[in-house]
Design a protein around this ligand. Structure first.
Ligand SMILES: Cc1cc2nc3c(=O)[nH]c(=O)nc-3n(C[C@H](O)[C@H](O)[C@H](O)COP(=O)(O)O)c2cc1C
Ligand code: SF4
Length: 513
């Protein structure tokens, strides 16, 4: 059999020249008359090593990190196909790399191993087992399995997925919908994109199971337009799933029906908020709806709708395959299973780290991230996107757990971890947080729309030393008003990063205080 050489096709690898690299490798194979085939796989999530070339050998897959097209002839000369481990870019057996070896990959188990749009690859690694089980089950039993898993929404609010599905199941309607929130707007996050680019059948399978669980026959993936590679791969995977009978009128001959399509968003952060997303899907401007009614009862086109994040749906095939309890066996307290964390910002080894809840933030940043890229001391870390608090060193021993984070006034959100070294200006970060809200506010409620504009002005006055003490008190009041009076978490959480700077880095916000 022809020897396989793997070259990733996800956005990160592509942006670092993976296509040119694949061309150069193909040329070398032909010129040297070798019996080798290139497979375009997904990413392992070790983004600092992209493009990561892997070569299949008798001992396993040997990796070569950050390879450029120019290096290819020399790599072949040095015995690439023999898995020469002496080469300077060789990282050895990929599966043995400590970054991967220390992870607990349930959701990302296939990522980087398979060709993302190969159904055969997917099935060979447990793909569609969960769906096959779900087809044979009663909807209530599927929902019960998800409840047993303890899965909480991975998009930010951490609401129990099983309870949400139960509400939709219990609400009678002719038509129900499954909507996947693939807007992924948080800073430093890319786990949703990696799912869609590296293992799209998993999302298709998870959404189909959700459809069977609540009697919904139509699903939509609301995808951010900034993800063209994910768009292409998702569409290809959906088409193949239809052809192979995993989607459509008669799934695997069961008589059960589920249709799925992708819809593109136009690029507004607030369209990630679930009700605003539904407005946008309906073709309107994305404005937040007042709750109640919940989307589970009155959702898309007024019908009961499950809205879940990509990672929430992506956890479901494992749960239906291995059982809810098997998923719940990972984690701590009320945070069950694993959380795909994303290391970004000023970090040496940026990438995707999937771990059971319970590891400390410090271990994550040091053991996996390897500290800052600049080598300068780490000063602050923002977890959970642009609305998450900035945490100083005194908070880094906090365990990755929804309740532990809430106890220190922080959020885990979508698991994005953005690191900053000592050169960061925290006053500027506080201003940026407020300005982000000013720019992205949907404008429906006053505390957020007007509050964020005035908030930027007040921060500017503090930073300029104008009546710093009085303006400080004003900013405290404004933050409280936004928290208490905003209609959604955009205005309600924007104060978190600002207050964290006021609490932990006050001297940087106001030199004159
Ligand atoms: C301003 C704002 C932006 C949000 N952006 C996203 C997003 O990009 N992706 C996402 O899944 N959830 C986002 N959410 C959370 C969603 O409103 C909702 O809680 C989530 O899609 C529910 O799915 P889950 O239960 O699987 O997490 C956002 C919320 C707010 C308030
Ligand atoms: S808090 Fe902001 S984003 Fe949310 S509804 Fe009010 S104005 Fe819109």
């Amino acid at each position: 059999m022809s020897q396989r050489i793997y070259i990733p096709c996800d956005t990160t690898a592509l942006s670092l020249g993976a296509d040119q690299l694949a061309e150069a490798v193909q040329q070398e194979i032909e010129q040297r008359g070798l019996d080798a085939t290139i497979v375009r796989n997904g990413s392992r999530g070790m983004l600092w090593l992209e493009p990561l070339v892997e070569v299949e050998t008798a001992h396993g897959r040997v990796g070569y990190g950050a390879v450029s097209a120019q290096q290819v002839p020399a790599l072949f000369d040095a015995g690439l196909l023999d898995g020469n481990q002496q080469h300077e870019s060789c990282i050895g057996l990929v599966e043995e790399h400590p970054y991967l070896k220390k992870q607990q990959r349930l959701t990302f188990a296939r990522s980087g191993i398979t060709d993302p749009v190969s159904i055969e690859d997917y099935i060979a690694l447990d793909g569609f087992n969960g769906l096959k089980n779900a087809i044979a089950m009663q909807p209530q039993n599927i929902v019960d399995e998800v409840k047993t898993s303890g899965l909480r929404g991975r998009g930010g609010a951490a609401f129990p997925t099983g309870i949400k599905w139960q509400t939709v199941l219990d609400t009678p309607a002719e038509q129900k919908y499954i909507v996947c929130n693939a807007d992924e707007g948080d800073s430093g996050t890319f786990a949703d994109r990696l799912v869609m680019e590296c293992d799209p059948f998993m999302l298709i399978e998870g959404m189909t199971i959700a459809g069977l669980a609540v009697h919904a026959t139509q699903g939509y993936i609301y995808l951010r337009s900034e993800y063209p590679v994910a768009h292409k791969l998702l569409n290809e995977a959906i088409e193949r799933a239809y052809k192979a009978g995993y989607l459509g009128e008669n799934i695997l001959g069961s008589g059960k029906h589920f249709d799925l399509e992708v819809r593109l968003g136009a690029g507004a952060y607030i369209c990630g908020e679930e009700t605003s997303l539904l407005d946008s899907l309906e073709g309107k401007r994305g404005l937040v709806r007042a709750k109640p009614p919940l989307p589970a009862i009155v959702g898309l086109f007024g019908q009961p709708t499950v809205v879940n994040n990509v990672l929430s749906f992506a956890a479901v095939p494992y749960i239906l395959d291995k059982g809810g309890q098997s998923y719940a066996d990972y984690g701590m307290g009320r945070s069950r299973g694993t959380l795909p964390l994303q290391l970004a910002g000023n970090v040496k080894q940026g990438g995707l780290v999937e771990l059971a809840f319970g590891i400390s933030l410090r271990e994550l940043m040091e053991d996996f991230g390897g500290g800052t890229l600049t080598g300068k001391p780490l000063k602050a870390v923002q977890v959970g996107g642009p609305l998450g608090a900035y945490l100083p060193a005194s908070q880094w021993d906090t365990l990755i757990d929804y309740e532990e984070f809430a106890a220190v006034g922080a959020v885990l959100g979508h698991g994005g971890v953005v690191m900053f070294d000592e050169t960061v200006d925290m006053g500027q970060q506080a201003r940026f947080s407020m300005e982000f809200c000013k720019v992205e506010s949907c404008g429906k409620c006053t505390p957020c729309r007007i509050g964020s504009t005035r908030g930027v002005e007040v921060i500017d006055r503090i930073r300029n030393g104008e009546n710093a003490n009085a303006n400080w008190v004003l900013l405290e009041d404004l933050c409280e008003t936004m928290i208490d009076g905003s209609l959604c978490a955009m205005g309600g959480m924007t104060p978190f990063p600002v207050q964290s700077v006021m609490k932990y880095f006050p001297e940087e916000l106001s030199a004159t205080r």
